[in-house]
Design a protein around this ligand. Structure first.
Ligand code: SAM
Length: 348
C-alpha cells in the first residue's frame, strides 16, 4: 500500500484497479501516510495558504428536482427568495471592504437570472470591486451563455458533476441528462473559465467503484477546482431517511484528489464542517486550500437550506471572518484573501 501511495505521490496518477485497491484496503496508518503525502504536495503547489472566498447565495428558486437537495423545485416547504441586483452588489462591496477578492455567486437554476441580468451584475461587481474574481455556480447553461458570462468578466464556474456513474446520477436527478452535465463542464473549460467539478460522498447505494469513477473522471477533466462534500439528508426531500456521507471518507478523498491533481483548488466545504466541527481543519491538513465564508444577507441564509443542520450563523461578517482566520492559523495555515486563481490559469 505504501508503494501505491508513493506511486500516486510521484506520478499523480493510478489505474482504476489501483484506486479500487487503495479504497478497499486502506488501513488507518496507510491513511495517515496518504494524508502526509497530500500535505507535502499542497505545500509544494500552494504553500500553507488557505484562500477565503465570499459566498453569496443569490436565489433558492430552482427548476431542478435533485432528490437530495433542500431547494429542489418539488419542496413546497422551502420559503423562496431571490436577491435583487443591488443586494448582490452590496454584499460584494461589504465583502470587498473586508478584504475579500473573490465572490462566489451561487443559486438554484432560476430563469429570472438571464444572461443579460448576470452580465450586468458581473460588470457592476467588476467596476465596484476592481481586481476581484467572480465565480458563478448557477447550474447548467449553453456554451454560448458560459462564453457570454466569461466575456463579461466572470472568472470561474462551479458545477459539480455530483457522481460520474450514469445510472447513479440518473437515479437521483429526475429528468436530467448525465451527458449534458458532463458536456457543460467541458464547455465551461473550453470557453476559458476556471472550471470546478466535484461529487457527493455517501449517496444511497454509492460504492467504491462509483467513487473511483469520480476520481478517474476528475483526472481526465483536469478541472481547476474540485468541490467534494458529504451528502447530508434534508428532511423535505425523498432522501430524508438515508444515512449520508462521513467526515473520515471525505478527508481521505480530499487527500487522494490533492495527489491526483496537485494544482487544484480544493475547498474544505461547509457540509464537511456541518457533520464534523473540526472537519475543515482536518481537511486543510489533507490538502484542502479554500474556504467559503457566507456573505449572504442574514434573512436569506436559513432559506438556503440544502441539507439539515447547516449552520446559519448570524455573526456579523467581519467577526465571522476573524473567527475563521483564527481557526485557520490555529491549524497551522495562513489565511489569504487574494483572488487565489489556479496557478495554471490565465485569462485568454
Ligand atoms: N444549481 C447549481 C448547481 O447545480 O450546480 C448550484 C447550487 S447547488 C444547491 C450546489 C451544490 O449543493 C450541489 O452541487 C450539491 O452537490 C450540493 N448539495 C445539494 N444538496 C445537498 C445535500 N443534501 N448535502 C450535501 N450537499 C448538497
Amino acid at each position: 500500500m505504501i508503494h501505491l501511495i508513493d506511486k500516486l505521490f510521484i506520478n499523480n496518477s493510478l489505474t482504476k484497479e489501483e484506486l479500487i485497491f487503495l479504497l478497499d484496503n486502506l488501513t488507518e496508518s496507510d491513511r495517515d501516510y496518504l494524508i502526509s503525502k497530500a500535505y507535502e504536495t499542497r505545500l509544494r503547489t500552494y504553500g500553507n495558504t488557505v484562500f477565503l472566498r465570499g459566498l453569496i447565495e443569490i436565489t433558492n428558486y430552482c427548476k431542478r428536482d435533485c432528490c437530495y437537495c433542500g431547494i429542489r423545485a418539488s419542496n413546497s416547504s422551502a420559503q423562496r427568495y431571490r436577491l435583487t441586483e443591488e443586494e448582490i452588489l452590496q454584499a460584494c462591496i461589504n465583502g470587498f471592504e473586508l478584504g475579500y477578492r473573490t465572490f462566489v455567486l451561487q443559486g438554484g437554476e432560476d430563469a429570472y437570472f438571464t444572461d443579460e441580468k448576470l452580465i450586468k451584475i458581473i460588470s457592476s461587481i467588476k467596476s465596484k470591486c476592481p481586481e476581484a474574481a467572480v465565480t458563478l455556480s448557477l447550474g447548467e447553461k449553453s456554451e454560448s451563455s458560459y462564453k457570454a458570462l466569461y466575456d463579461a468578466g466572470a472568472d470561474r464556474y462551479l458545477l459539480r458533476h455530483e457522481t460520474a456513474t450514469k445510472s447513479l446520477y440518473e437515479s437521483i436527478h429526475p429528468n436530467m441528462s448525465f451527458e449534458n452535465r458532463i458536456e457543460c463542464l467541458k464547455n465551461i473549460k473550453k470557453v476559458g473559465l476556471q472550471v470546478g467539478a466535484g461529487f457527493l460522498i455517501g449517496l444511497p447505494n454509492q460504492t467504491n467503484q462509483d467513487i473511483v469513477n469520480d476520481l478517474i473522471f476528475l483526472k481526465e477533466l483536469e478541472p481547476h477546482m474540485v468541490g467534494i462534500g458529504p451528502f447530508i439528508p434534508q428532511k423535505n426531500t425523498p432522501l430524508r431517511d438515508e444515512k449520508g456521507g462521513d467526515s473520515h471518507t471525505t478527508i481521505t478523498l480530499l487527500a487522494i484528489i490533492r495527489l491526483l491533481l496537485p494544482n487544484v483548488l480544493l475547498p474544505a466545504t461547509t457540509a464537511l464542517g456541518t457533520i464534523d466541527s473540526s472537519g475543515r481543519e482536518k481537511a486543510f491538513k489533507a490538502g484542502a486550500n479554500v474556504i467559503m465564508p457566507n456573505l449572504s444577507p442574514f434573512e436569506c441564509r436559513k432559506k438556503y437550506a440544502l441539507y439539515d443542520g447547516k449552520v446559519f450563523t448570524d455573526t456579523e461578517s467581519a467577526e465571522e471572518k476573524k473567527k475563521i482566520e483564527t481557526k485557520i492559523k490555529e491549524a497551522g495555515f495562513e489565511p489569504v484573501l487574494s483572488r487565489g486563481d489556479n496557478i495554471t490559469w490565465k485569462r485568454i
